[in-house]
Design a binder for this molecule. Structure first.
Ligand SMILES: NC(=O)c1ccc[n+]([C@@H]2O[C@H](COP(=O)([O-])OP(=O)(O)OC[C@H]3O[C@@H](n4cnc5c(N)ncnc54)[C@H](OP(=O)(O)O)[C@@H]3O)[C@@H](O)[C@H]2O)c1
Length: 325
């Protein structure tokens, strides 16, 4: 796309690229060849392709055609940018983002369940940007019943995420906005045998894909693998995030701390903590995070973390460091 935009100006130019350009035909043609054809004279590459089968081939192709190549410039920063892609290549599993907005006292909703809005406009823009960059956005029935979310990206990003609802018992009515908006993008309902037949029929009639599974989160992972999805965004609520963290499938957490205090002791049910059951019994069971980014977002603070390891010590895309042991 950058080459198309540059047009004739690419001739004799230097291209700065995060990831080694590919040399094979995938969803698009080989990027290395496109650079050669455009007449680019020098290519500065951040990091090589993490796929051992293709790593180095793109650089070789460029050099064969006389392009001057420099590799490893700002390599660590570039590796951070491609972390989800590298994870997917290595594990064949999607990179899972978890996102929540909480008040300054750590609550994700008021006592009535209302959570609009804990964070400000700027933070919500970030969330829409994130949705537009992933393959699927997921919520549980508790969030659907309380918030009736659309889960689309406004404006659309470079992907149109599938919008996925996890509802085992068939509690969410097909009058919800998700069911009414299938023309905007795909909606998938992952349910179980417990859900009534008539309820599934009502959702299917709206053009929603229905998947009956024993284990919704497993089904979600399998669906991602079979469809080649590389990134999934879990938008809560506490029930889904609790289950996902407990399974050790979360790779990255996006936390928006709103400039509000909701107060009160923890309300009945999962409302309160952003991450529901099962919680850690002791500090030894805590999920270790690495702060990747911290920035001011309008009146809020935006925090981005990589999840370093599961409480059982399983590594999630990042090696253990001395401090985390
Ligand atoms: N501030 C924020 O960022 C934010 C984000 C989202 C939600 N919220 C708030 O959070 C509250 C809802 O919380 P919640 O915990 O009820 O929502 P939730 O996590 O969206 O839904 C929980 C429900 O999901 C279903 N479910 C399906 N598969 C599951 C699995 N594998 N593990 C666990 N549950 C599964 C369960 O119902 P079934 O057994 O019937 O399937 C469970 O009761 C609302 O007040 C909402 O406004 C806030």
């Amino acid at each position: 796309m950058a080459l198309t935009m540059a047009g004739q100006e690419a001739k004799g130019a230097t291209a700065f690229i995060t990831l080694e350009p590919c040399s094979h035909f995938g969803r698009t043609g080989p990027c290395a060849k496109a650079l050669v054809d455009a007449g680019v004279k020098r290519v500065v590459v951040g990091t090589t392709d993490p796929n051992p089968k293709v790593s180095g081939n793109g650089l070789d192709l460029l050099r064969r055609f006389g392009v001057d190549v420099s590799v490893g410039i700002e390599e660590e920063a570039c590796k951070d940018l491609i972390r989800p892609f590298a994870w997917h290549i290595r594990t064949d599993r999607p990179w899972v983002h978890a996102k929540w907005a909480m008040s300054a006292d750590g609550k994700i909703a008021s006592l009535s369940g209302d959570s609009k809005w804990i964070s400000g406009e700027k933070s919500r823009e970030w969330v829409h940007e994130l949705r537009g960059a992933v393959d699927a956005v997921v919520v549980g029935s508790g969030t659907a019943l309380t918030d009736d979310p659309l889960l689309n990206a406004r404006p659309w990003g470079n992907r149109t995420p599938a919008r996925i609802l996890l509802d085992r018992r068939g509690r969410t009515p097909a009058t919800q906005r998700l069911a009414q908006s299938t023309a905007e993008g795909p909606v998938v309902l992952i349910t179980s045998k417990l859900a009534p037949f008539a309820w599934k029929r009502a959702w299917r009639a709206k053009g929603v894909e229905i998947l009956v599974a024993e284990d919704g989160l497993n089904a979600l992972q399998e669906m991602a693998q079979s469809r080649g999805w590389t990134e999934i965004l879990l938008e809560g609520g506490a029930g889904i995030l609790g289950a996902a963290f407990a399974r050790g499938i979360v790779n990255e957490a996006h936390v928006f701390v709103g400039a509000k205090i909701l107060g009160g002791v923890v309300a009945p049910g999962p409302i309160g903590s952003p991450i529901g059951d099962p919680g850690a019994i002791s500090m030894a069971g805590a999920h270790q995070l690495i702060l990747a980014q911290c920035q001011v977002s309008g009146p809020d603070v935006r925090l981005r973390y990589w999840v370093q390891e599961t409480p059982t010590g399983g590594s999630l895309g990042l090696p253990k460091t001395e401090e985390s042991v």
